[in-house]
Design a protein around this ligand. Structure first.
Ligand SMILES: NC(=O)c1ccc[n+]([C@@H]2O[C@H](COP(=O)([O-])OP(=O)(O)OC[C@H]3O[C@@H](n4cnc5c(N)ncnc54)[C@H](OP(=O)(O)O)[C@@H]3O)[C@@H](O)[C@H]2O)c1
Length: 264
């Protein structure tokens, strides 16, 4: 980890901040001087991440808010803690990285509760987060930049990927809807499609999908084995660039971004 930059630049809220893309992004934004509100499901890994950032950036301003964002009661509690911690501070960026989608070996094994959980985390939670933070979005110094992390599976139907794919498709539609709904707000929104990224979550998913004999497990493993997957650090850095770049609203907002399209 590099030495910190001298001045805080912005306040950012990241979900899924304790692992994979979200954690890589948190480290990038900490380096860039952002005040960070870090959200993830399990408390212990999130606090370990918080401690790591505090050790490397002792002048940084970092907060951890654990809680299961797919559970309506826990989500409400996290949102309450978040607004209490933020007060009236403007929020410069919101990045929803937390995501889930349990595979299923067959239609008989596709539990409706898995789809429900995925919809809660991948579509309902980002709406709840954005609604909660509306009062913290201000036109100055710049409109709040919101990034929803989607997945290419939304439009690529494959066996066993229903909960993940349907819920990421719901996220895509949420993005399109929010693009309209936020037009009157000091906010800009983009959808990020990271591609295949080497993360603990992906490796866990491959193990589960392989045990279910789902064909996409081999494809994903081959992406890792042949070095074609992005590293989480690469994707985290690209999202950080997307957030901090001083481009006009037109170039960030309303767009779907892929990792390879973002210049570092
Ligand atoms: N990796 C890829 O190849 C890939 C490809 C396309 C899209 N994506 C998307 O990129 C995002 C990040 O994926 P990743 O691979 O970096 O995942 P990851 O390594 O599994 O990290 C997921 C993060 O989300 C948190 N999270 C999971 N469920 C949660 C819940 N119910 N409430 C709150 N936080 C929760 C996790 O916390 P806990 O560990 O405590 O649960 C963790 O911090 C996801 O939206 C995923 O769909 C990933």
């Amino acid at each position: 980890m590099r030495a910190e930059l001298p001045l805080p630049h912005s306040t950012s809220v990241i979900t899924g901040a304790s692992s994979g893309i979200g954690w890589a992004l948190a480290q990038q934004l900490a380096y860039r001087g952002h005040t960070l509100y870090l959200l993830a499901r399990r408390e212990a890994p999130l606090l370990a991440c918080l401690e790591t950032l505090q050790q490397h950036y002792p002048r940084g301003n970092f907060h951890a808010l654990p809680g299961d964002l797919s559970d309506p009661h826990q989500r409400h509690d996290v949102m309450t803690r978040l607004t209490t911690a933020l007060g009236t501070s403007p929020v410069g960026a919101i990045i929803h990285c937390a995501g889930t989608g349990m595979p299923a070996a067959s239609i008989a094994d596709w539990h409706p509760d898995d789809l429900s959980d995925a919809l809660q985390l991948n579509a309902v939670a980002p709406l709840a987060l954005i609604n909660t933070l509306l009062p913290c979005m201000t036109p100055l110094p710049a409109p709040c930049r919101i990034v929803l992390v989607g997945a290419g599976i939304d439009r690529h139907v494959q066996p066993g990927t229903g909960s993940y794919g349907v819920s990421k498709m719901a996220m895509r539609r949420l993005f399109e809807q929010l693009r309209e709904e936020l037009a009157s707000q000091p906010a800009e929104i983009a959808l990020m499609q990271p591609g295949v990224v080497d993360t603990p979550g992906l490796r866990r998913h491959i193990r589960t999908a392989r045990a279910m004999k789902l064909p996409h497990a081999d494809y994903l493993q081959a992406q890792l084995d042949t070095g074609q997957a992005f590293s989480a650090d690469t994707v985290g850095a690209r999202i950080a660039t997307l957030i901090d770049a001083t481009t006009t609203q037109d170039t960030f907002s309303g767009r779907e971004w892929r990792t390879a399209e973002i210049d570092t």
